[in-house]
Design a protein around this ligand. Structure first.
Ligand code: FE2
Length: 237
């Protein structure tokens, strides 16, 4: 089999997963859902692969941990990408459904999947998909925080159902195993198996999980520009 000519590293930080993905030929890479404590590690990893870190991409506005995006932007001039509906004030590029994020000879395709938050997106890369908190292994992101919508989450999971079974799932958290396939999730994920929107909404709204422990600090950090206190105006989480 021909080598893939890509850089692919899954980086753990507590329960959070981030990913360094790159084009080995052209020596360009991106980081997906970078976590603040690991900011220097992403930069060092890119250097290790002699690769330029072009973009820091958040799949959505995180409510449970601090994103490294604005630090990577401030300290290393790395451009920040999020879905165009985000109210995060420090993004450089807002992308929309179907758009390609190119790095060297490789690209990620944006799959807009609101529901966990209104700015949530998945990123399709060949036979892999980075699902953020839209689809977790054996579960899906909660929809009860501001900006969440169980109805939209239902539609987004249906949208993911239309993609190929062989696609490997790389989520933003590893509450169970750290990788699965869409085929496995379609067959075994209880939330993907709920047959209609009404039942799905009932399931999601009848659960009352505790708030993320760091929600206030995370939202403050993730929704303000580097220097100041300006808050985003929308409802993203
Ligand atoms: Fe999240």
């Amino acid at each position: 089999m021909a080598p893939e000519n890509i850089i692919f590293e899954q980086i753990r930080s507590g329960g959070c997963l981030s990913y360094l993905l790159g084009c080995l030929d052209k020596k360009k890479c991106v980081v997906i859902d970078p976590e603040l404590d690991k900011a220097d590690e992403y930069v060092e990893l890119a250097k290790f692969f002699s690769s330029e870190l072009l973009y820091a991409i958040d799949t959505h506005t995180h409510a449970d941990h601090n994103s490294a995006c604005k630090i990577l932007r401030e300290k290393h001039a790395i451009q920040v990408i999020m879905h165009r509906t985000t109210d995060t004030p420090y993004i450089d590029i807002g992308v929309e459904d179907g758009e390609l994020i190119e790095f060297g000879a490789q690209s990620l395709k944006v799959v807009y999947t609101p529901g966990h938050t209104q700015d949530a997106m998945c990123l399709l890369f060949r036979d892999r998909i980075f699902t953020g908190d839209t689809l977790l292994i054996g579960g899906c992101g909660r929809t009860d925080l501001p900006g969440g919508s169980p109805e939209l989450q239902y539609d987004s999971l249906r949208k993911l159902r239309t993609l190929g079974d062989e696609i490997r799932v790389y989520p933003g958290h590893d509450y169970r195993e750290a990788v699965s396939t869409l085929g496995d999730e379609k067959q075994n994920n209880a939330r993907m198996l709920i047959p209609n929107e009404k039942e799905f909404v009932h399931f999601m709204t009848s659960r009352k999980p505790p708030l993320p422990r760091k929600i206030e600090g995370a939202l403050e950090w993730n929704r303000t520009p580097i220097q100041g206190t300006q808050r985003g105006m929308g409802e993203g989480i």
